[in-house]
Design a protein. Structure first.
Length: 65
């Protein structure tokens, strides 16, 4: 896997505070938690390449209910 891409991200302070609390609950850094949330959303939508991005048909239909 290639190195990580860095870029500035501007967030509303209330969103950041909520993410900070959520990340602490999950024992992650805010950056790590944002990456986790994005990866999960991309995986659910089948937008990640390869087997890690593949979503089973049953999982997709369960999410739609």
């Amino acid at each position: 896997m290639a190195g990580k891409k860095s870029f500035p991200l501007r967030l509303d302070p209330l969103i950041y505070e909520a993410l900070e609390r959520w990340a602490a609950d999950e024992f992650r850094s805010v950056n790590g938690h944002i990456e986790y949330l994005l990866r999960e959303a991309l995986r659910r939508e089948g937008r990640l390449p390869g087997p890690r991005g593949a979503v089973r048909k049953e999982e997709k239909s369960d999410a739609d209910d």
